[in-house]
Design a protein around this ligand. Structure first.
Ligand SMILES: CC(C)(COP(=O)(O)OP(=O)(O)OC[C@H]1O[C@@H](n2cnc3c(N)ncnc32)[C@H](O)[C@@H]1OP(=O)(O)O)[C@@H](O)C(=O)NCCC(=O)NCCS
Length: 138
């Protein structure tokens, strides 16, 4: 059974070692992953109730009043297709509580996933540093 943690202080680096940031050329370390969770305005973590290991997470950063952005959502491959991703999105939206603007950027094929959760497809402008997310200086 999957449980959802609203407080990232309840998760340890040891519980984040399942292989998040799939496909990233230089993914953050688990310690940086923990920093990301703890530095976000809202973080929800899906946990395997049997082992306590994290199987998914979502983060939101925002101004606390009008706006928020959802930079990261991921469910470990073995746990996909069980509505965990949808539940994480529902929970982060509920925590953000009707903010005027909640934005995220995704690949076109994922737009229907977010539309089913009430999102509106649109256009976006973005800046990306495609290099190293590990925190090591390059
Ligand atoms: C996107 C993601 C979080 C969905 O998690 P999940 O727990 O499998 O999601 P759910 O079970 O709630 O929903 C699955 C639905 O989303 C659709 N979906 C998931 N990933 C998709 C993708 N990359 N392209 C198209 N559809 C996708 C599935 O087809 C499925 O639809 P269905 O119910 O009609 O079959 C997960 O696939 C993931 O971690 N992907 C890699 C990271 C990523 O792309 N994150 C989003 C960044 S914007």
């Amino acid at each position: 059974m999957v449980e959802y943690l609203d407080d990232p202080r309840l998760i340890t680096a040891e519980r984040l070692r399942g292989g998040f940031f799939e496909g990233w050329p230089a993914p953050p370390s688990v310690e940086r992953h923990l920093e990301i969770l703890r530095g976000s305005e809202v973080a929800v973590i899906a946990v395997d109730g049997a082992s306590g290991d994290a199987v998914g997470f979502v983060t939101a950063v925002g101004d606390g009043v009008l706006s928020a952005f959802i930079p990261l959502l991921e469910v470990l491959p073995a746990w996909r297709g069980q509505r965990i991703g949808s539940e994480l999105v529902r929970r982060v939206l509920a925590r953000l509580g009707g903010r005027y603007a909640i934005d995220l950027v995704c690949d076109p094929e994922l737009v229907p996933f977010y539309e089913r959760l009430g999102g509106l497809g649109g256009t976006a402008v973005m800046w990306r540093s495609r290099g190293d997310a590990t925190g090591n200086q390059t």
